[in-house]
Structure formats: structure tokens, C-alpha cells
Design a protein around this ligand. Structure first.
Ligand code: G6P
Length: 362
């Protein structure tokens, strides 16, 4: 339906797509809800997941970052080792593979040439492949053995937002389904936790003014910016930095909290923005000390913490969700930061320079 992709009252597709994230998440819950507490996932996919001794996730850009967040879910819930690879590297420098690999291609468009090049090789080698995509009829979907649909609706803005959270949600459900199949009891109900995350998303998209203010104060005239986090927060930091680069053109990097001091801290000067994510209880203390390290060198630190781990000086507190699902919501303030930074700098938010929504050349 063409009216689905109208901007309506929104000034930009990106803002509309950020706002659609709770709706998409609820749609995914509904689409993947199976009978008797199970999941609506094809038995053939379930079997392929159970048979695999290792999963290789292959993707590019934001989808690669969703794969990193998904790795944590698959390893923790389904107990399968997971490697996540940049597609353009994997096709020319293939790592040693396990005996029974399963390939998962993550691609919003399903048309990314770098990912397709890997899929062609994987099929030649005779290994099974699953594509997770927003476009079920796409090339990657047709050429893989199995497909899982993101149900995110058309994503128009070049900077991907709702596809990222949809990818993580589908990977979470796939991980829980595999755990079921393997007879692993999970300490929580994934669909219930995803529903809680959807409500948290509502809270975040309803409070945009705060991120707008932070973007204005921290990023309006910034030359560079650093995003730090540990564990899943590190992976979300990579995505936050990519979003900011893509549309604001501010040079930005995401770092593992403990790694910044091994070199890059040389770049911290008075007023350098450092955005820290604090959603992981077991590394709360260590990421806080990384924040201290940069503050001591003059950085303008913006701490985004999760309820329960917050301190009074933090810039923004996000609602509490299940610890393995925090990427679904911690990314939203970062998407908004990028959006408002680009807006303040007068950039074309939906069509950033030099970028294409879908890159069909290798
Ligand atoms: C392009 C887009 C990115 C996207 C990447 C992967 O570079 O500009 O936003 O993340 O392709 O796209 P895919 O459709 O495979 O997820």
C-alpha cells in the first residue's frame, strides 16, 4: 500500500521510522507468536539451527551491527557459538569453518551485493543459509534455503533505524525458539520481555525533546565524537557512531569502554563529546571508570544509563528491560541524537551525501 510509505505529518522519513519501532516490535511479536507458548518459525529452520555446530552471521553496515547484538542472544539463549562477519571481508578472506556451519545473512533490503557474493560461495560449498530480511522476495531471500521476515514495513531513510531493532528482535525469537528445541529452559518469557521493550520504546519516542537538547549542547559544533560501552553496549556504540557519521558527518567512533585508553584517548581534549552506554549490570563499575578516565582529560561525557543503574549526574535514563534485550532500546536515544545533530547542522537527513539505501555493487 503506497500510503504506508507517505511521510504524513513527519518532516523526515527517518523520524517517522524511529517512531514506528514500538509498532514494528509488536507486529513481530504477533507474527512470530506460535501455539502453546511456542514460536511461529518453520520446522525446517528449527532443524537447521539445532543441527548447526556454529553460526556464521554475514552482513554489512547497520545489519552487521544487528548481527553483533544477535550473537549475544544466540550464544546466551541457544548456546551455539556465533561468529559475525563483515560481508565484503568474508567473501575474499574466508575463515576456517566448523564442521556443520549455518550461515545467517542479515539484510534489510536483501539486495546487498557484498552479502550476496558470500551467499553464492556458501551455496557452492553446499552449506545451509538463512536470510533475515525486510523484503521476502529479494535476491538474498530467494537464493537462501530459508527466510525470516522482519515485518518492519518499507524503510525509506538511508540511515537504517527500525530495520536494526527488527533484526535484533527476530534474532532474539530465533534464539529462544532454538533454546526450546534443545530443551533449554529460559529464565524468562521472550515474548513478554519483548512486549516490555516495546513499551519502553514508546517512552523513549515520546521524550524526544531531551535528546534534541543533548544533540544541541554536545554535538552542534563538535568535530568528533566517541561512543563507548561494554558487552552489548559496545555493539550498540558502534551503531550509534555509524548513525552519527552517516547523517551528521561528524567523525565518530564506537569503542569498547576499556579499549579507548589503549590509544584513542590521545584524541580526547577539552569538550570532546563522549557518549557512554550503561545498561549492563556486570560491567557498570568498569564502564563508569572509563567515563572517569575521559572526563579527567576534559571530555564532555554524556552518560545514557538504564533505570536501576543510573546515577544522579547521568544525562539520560532509559527504562529497564531484560538485560539481553537492551540494544532494542538503548539505540533509540542514539538514533535521535544523530537525527537532531544532522538537523542542527542543516544536512539532508533522509538522503545523506555519498550513501545509497541499498548497495548493489561489490
Ligand atoms: C547500505 C546502507 C546501510 C545498510 C547497508 C546494508 O550501505 O546505506 O544503511 O546498513 O547498506 O544494507 P542491507 O540492506 O543489506 O541491510
Amino acid at each position: 500500500d503506497a500510503s504506508d510509505i507517505e511521510k504524513g505529518t513527519y518532516p523526515h522519513y527517518m523520524l517517522k521510522e524511529i517512531d514506528e519501532q514500538p509498532i514494528v516490535l509488536r507486529k513481530i511479536i504477533q507474527e512470530y507468536q506460535g501455539e502453546k507458548g511456542g514460536f511461529a518459525i518453520d520446522a525446517s529452520i528449527r532443524k537447521a539451527m539445532k543441527n548447526a555446530d556454529r553460526i556464521y552471521i554475514v552482513a554489512a553496515g547497520t545489519s552487521f551491527h544487528a548481527g553483533l547484538a544477535g550473537k549475544v542472544l544466540l550464544e546466551k539463549l541457544a548456546n551455539i557459538p556465533v561468529e559475525v562477519h563483515v560481508a565484503s571481508e568474508f567473501s575474499y578472506n574466508m575463515p576456517l569453518l566448523s564442521e556443520k556451519p549455518l550461515f545467517i545473512f542479515i539484510s534489510q533490503s536483501g539486495e546487498t551485493a557484498d552479502s550476496r557474493a558470500v551467499l553464492v560461495k556458501v551455496k557452492e560449498l553446499g552449506y545451509p543459509a538463512l536470510t533475515i530480511t525486510n523484503v521476502p522476495g529479494s535476491t538474498l531471500s530467494r537464493e537462501a534455503d530459508y527466510t525470516l521476515h522482519l515485518h518492519a514495513g518499507p524503510e525509506i531513510a538511508v540511515a537504517s533505524t527500525k530495520a536494526y531493532t527488527a533484526q535484533i528482535a527476530v534474532l532474539a525469537i530465533l534464539a529462544a525458539d532454538t533454546a526450546n528445541e534443545k530443551g533449554r529452559k529460559l529464565p524468562f518469557d521472550i515474548m513478554q520481555e519483548l512486549a516490555i521493550a516495546a513499551n519502553a520504546m514508546d517512552v523513549l519516542t515520546d521524550h524526544k525533546e531531551e535528546m534534541e537538547k543533548l544533540a544541541k549542547n554536545y554535538l552542534h559544533s563538535a568535530r568528533n565524537a566517541f561512543f563507548i560501552g561494554r558487552g552489548s553496549d559496545y555493539y550498540v556504540s558502534l551503531e550509534g557512531a555509524l548513525k552519527l557519521k552517516e547523517i551528521s558527518y561528524i567523525q565518530a567512533e564506537g569503542f569498547a569502554g576499556g579499549e579507548l585508553k589503549h590509544g584513542t584517548i590521545a584524541l580526547i581534549e577539552k569538550g570532546t563529546p563522549v557518549i557512554a552506554l550503561v545498561t549492563q549490570e556486570h560491567v557498570n563499575y568498569s564502564i563508569r571508570s572509563n567515563v572517569q578516565e575521559v572526563v579527567a582529560r576534559g571530555a564532555n561525557a554524556m552518560v545514557i544509563s538504564m533505570k536501576g543503574l543510573e546515577q544522579t549526574a547521568d544525562s539520560f535514563v532509559i527504562p529497564k528491560v531484560q538485560q539481553l534485550l537492551t540494544p532494542l532500546i538503548s539505540v533509540i536515544p542514539l538514533q535521535l541524537l544523530a537525527y537532531y545533530a544532522a538537523l542542527y547542522r542543516g544536512n539532508d537527513v533522509d538522503k545523506p551525501r555519498n550513501l545509497a539505501k541499498s548497495v548493489t555493487v561489490e
